[in-house]
Design a binder for this molecule. Structure first.
Ligand SMILES: [Fe+2]
Length: 836
């Protein structure tokens, strides 16, 4: 929460005598003294109003005279000194609308006031030197920014960004002041919405077809239908038949059979530290704008936004609305082309405050809940659950904050961990921050079951605000509360059991923690204070926390599952997820555009290949080869060797495999050896193919399997030696070059003398691994589709091959009990059963 000074403007003593007695009665009746989920029970305390966070009170009013002067009138919630107006024009040809400010004027004001009026001259834009949009002839849209210094509110400037439109004679024209936005996109339809500065009849024209509003309004929300799947359409919006100053486009959702798309996830764009654009009407405009535009330019087809859009935590409905509109000033830049699906966080709090106790406002004749205003300000699907019964009329709506939609072969589910909030629900009813209430949980289960039964849905992604397994910043709340509230843990488990039992949920995205973390949760993950796991977490599901769109950072903290966190990054970030048929992969980008993390999220392929993620602490090491002796794994990296038990727990490691040999005196490092490839195991020994830096004399280096200590080496005349494989039946060892491989070299296992070469019946590229089993060699290649080839060792014929399509760099291979195991460059160890 922003460290804001809260001012008590007025205090109303509300004597809710009728509500006090049930509190006492309830607390006596309830064994656990827990009123969670019950109706709000307001305390007998003074009711407070918190001064709005945002200094502007409502929308400014603009009038223009025929002489080309405009007056911008606005109110502030406290008296402020003279304001500054920055103003300019838009470039119609610019893809992303960016205000082109050019002129500044300062208000003529003698002493601080809540009422402000600033005159701005527009004729300057008629001059050739400043006319960037044929303003002289046709007029245009004028962008303006009001800057007000707010000395009593954190001594910083606050900004309001607005616009208005005039024609060439300075007559005002209806202006689109927010949007347009594309939302609820399907294969054949979309909703286009926008706001105008005066009531107008709105029209959308798509593919020459017009769709109209029913009546005059400043809010326009029009459904366009009859579109074709996976098709880009140009569209225009009109207000009273006057076309907006630029045209837009959208792309309909693809068919489930043609699922190749990208979406972004980001969260927590509320104000950051740094002032200026980083603290702008409750929003970090700087960071949010950067990530939104970056996601769009990186090909995102839609964006999921997981809550804490704004600072919020306000008792003032207009303030809450103004902050959400400040957020939309940024999101409209790409929201006019691709849909943004918003979810709610703890900061989307519009509350009634009594001393230190705060309640979500209730929808009634006098007020609206945070959820209701959110639904009014955003366009999202309407398929969520009914309001929670147990709160008996004080529950807010789930409409447009809990929902799902299907896009190609994927279902996206938005759920709300910050519904019906009360700061102390155990005593005063309502809901706990982070807690998913009964009705919503049932709805989630139904939507998951429905997706499970739908053969067109291959993947499910979910998003909400507060993590099930927090890692940095919010271990004391979210769905964990430091493990100290049993009912919270029970509910988290019930939710995650439903998620993990679906079998289709790939990842659940959260925010709340202003950092990035990735972990795979399964039945072995320690999820309780005593380090034990939950066997009911049936299928592994990624938890991805990406709360880095602007709020102040948090570092990593210790939790029972810390060892399972495969990547943690404390800086600003957002996620891009690519779905390509059966596969899904993740790329995480930071605030200067660098790739922070990248990994396949769903490498389970059509051949029934399963995958074990490489433990995070070894993902820079385990990148070359794999072997086994029936009960242990041996894994090689470029310059390291590991021995593990069958669950990949490390038993031995040799991190200086080219060191000086004490007994025999040779030093492989000094001889130039630098790189181990795909190793093999035979009879208590590890055989490692090792290359020298000058690629002259690759060698076999032999290590004791017991402790990974080297016992000898044998030079060859191979240039590259990416792999070796032992044939115990024939007493030989196989290897090859790396590129354009047309033969397999055969060496004598006793003395490593070359025996012969087996000519292959075709040329293999980027050969990375090999293993011998049952008269065949299995060769893994980092070629076009990461093929594995089965080769007859007698005649070099490739008898079988299959594409693994792992999408990462194919490395070494081993064979154990009818299962081929192979490894990529630090992400996964894959298992492909040959039993049909
Ligand atoms: Fe949060």
């Amino acid at each position: 929460m922003r460290n804001k000074k809260i001012f008590l403007i007025f205090t109303i003593l509300v004597l809710v005598c009728g509500l006090v007695s049930p509190i006492l009665a309830g607390s006596l009746e309830d064994k656990n003294n827990n009123h969670l989920g019950q109706p709000f029970k307001y305390p007998d305390l003074p009711k407070e109003e918190h001064t709005p966070d945002y200094v502007f009170a409502g929308e400014p009013k603009v009038t223009v005279d025929r002489k080309g002067e405009a007056i911008i009138r606005f109110e502030t919630v406290i008296p402020t000194s003279r304001a500054k107006i920055h103003y300019g024009l838009y470039l119609p040809e610019q893809e992303i609308k960016v205000p082109q400010y050019r002129v500044e004027v300062t208000e003529d004001l003698k002493k601080k006031s809540r009422s402000h009026a600033v005159i701005i001259g527009l004729r300057k834009f008629e001059k050739q030197k400043y006319d960037i949009c044929n303003f002289k002839e046709k007029g245009g849209v004028i962008c303006y920014r009001i800057e007000v210094s707010t000395p009593t509110m954190e001594d910083q400037s606050d900004f309001y960004d607005g616009r208005f439109r005039v024609d060439g004679d300075y007559y005002p024209l209806p202006c689109v002041i927010e949007g347009p936005f594309v939302d609820c996109l399907t294969k054949t339809s979309a909703i286009i919405s926008w706001e105008t500065d005066e009531p107008t009849m709105g029209t959308v024209e798509v593919n020459g077809k017009r769709y109209n509003d029913d009546s005059h309004s400043t809010h326009h929300e029009i459904t366009v239908t009859g579109l074709s799947a996976d098709t880009r359409c140009e569209y225009d919006v009109f207000s009273n038949s006057i076309k907006d100053f630029k045209s837009y486009h959208l792309k309909t959702a693809p068919d489930s059979k043609n699922s190749n798309f990208v979406f972004a996830h980001m969260s927590d764009s509320r104000e950051g530290v740094g002032g200026g654009e980083r603290a702008c009407g409750g929003v970090n405009h700087h960071q949010l704008s950067r990530f939104m535009i970056d996601a769009y330019n990186n090909g995102a087809d839609f964006v999921l936004f997981g809550g804490d859009l704004i600072n919020g935590y306000t008792t003032n409905t207009e303030d809450y609305r103004m902050q959400l509109r400040s957020w939309k000033d940024v999101s409209e830049q790409i929201g006019c082309y691709i849909p943004i699906y918003e979810g709610m966080g703890n900061h989307e709090a519009l509350m009634d405050a009594y001393d230190n106790i705060e309640f979500d406002k209730v929808d009634d004749d006098e007020s609206k809940s945070a959820e209701r205003v959110f639904a009014e300000e955003f366009v999202n699907p309407h398929n969520g659950p009914e309001a929670e019964d147990s709160m008996n009329g004080t529950a807010p709506t789930y409409d447009e904050n809990v929902y799902y939609f299907d896009y190609a072969n994927t279902r996206i589910i938005s759920f709300n961990t910050n519904y019906g909030w009360c700061s102390n629900p155990e005593e005063y009813g309502g809901n706990l921050e982070g807690y998913v209430m009964d009705g919503q949980l049932e709805w989630i289960k139904e939507v998951l079951d429905d997706a499970k039964a739908n053969s067109e849905i291959k993947h499910i992604f979910m998003f909400a605000h507060e993590p099930a397994f927090p890692n940095g910043g919010h271990l004391g709340d979210a769905q964990w509360y430091s493990g100290k509230k049993p009912y919270v843990i029970d509910r988290r488990d019930e939710l995650w059991e439903a998620i993990s039992n679906s079998g289709k949920v790939v990842a659940v995205f959260f925010g709340h923690e202003h950092n990035y973390s990735r972990m795979l949760i399964d039945g072995r993950t320690p999820v309780y204070l005593d380090g034990s796991s939950n066997q009911n977490f049936k299928y592994p599901v990624w938890q991805i926390v990406s709360g880095g769109a602007g709020a102040p950072f948090y570092a990593q903290q210790k939790a029972p599952w810390t060892k399972n966190v495969r990547y943690f990054y404390p800086g600003k970030n957002y996620c891009l997820i690519e779905v390509n048929g059966e596969r899904a992969s993740l790329k995480v980008l930071g605030d200067s555009g660098e790739v922070i993390d990248e990994c396949p999220l769903k490498p389970i392929l059509s051949y029934g290949i399963e995958a074990t993620p490489i433990p995070y602490e070894y993902n820079t090491a385990w990148r070359q080869g794999i072997a086994d002796d029936g009960s242990n794994w041996y894994i090689s990296g470029k310059n390291c060797l590991y021995k593990t038990d069958e669950d990949y727990n490390v038993l031995e490691a040799n991190l200086i495999p080219f060191g000086r040999h004490e007994k025999d005196g040779y030093d492989l490092g000094e001889m130039g050896y630098t790189h181990i490839g795909d190793i093999d195991y035979f009879s208590g020994l590890i055989y490692a193919p090792v290359e020298d830096a000058s690629y002259k004399n690759a060698a076999f280096v032999i290590y004791k399997a017991e402790n990974l200590i080297p016992i000898g080496y044998h030079k060859t005349s191979q240039s590259h030696m990416p792999w070796c494989a032992i044939n115990p039946d024939k007493g030989c060892i196989y290897s090859s070059e790396f590129n354009s491989v047309d033969k397999i070299f055969v060496y004598n296992l006793d003395n490593f003398a070359p025996m012969k070469a087996i000519k292959l019946d075709r040329i293999l590229q980027r050969v990375q691994g090999g293993v011998y089993h049952g008269e065949y060699l299995y060769i893994s290649c980092d070629d076009e589709r990461d093929y594995i080839y089965k080769i007859n060792c007698e005649n070099g014929k490739i008898v079988e091959s299959f594409a693994t399509d792992i999408g990462t760099e194919m490395e070494g291979i081993t064979y154990q009990e009818d299962v081929i195991h192979f490894i990529d460059d630090g992400n996964y160890i894959y298992h492909h059963s040959l039993k049909t």
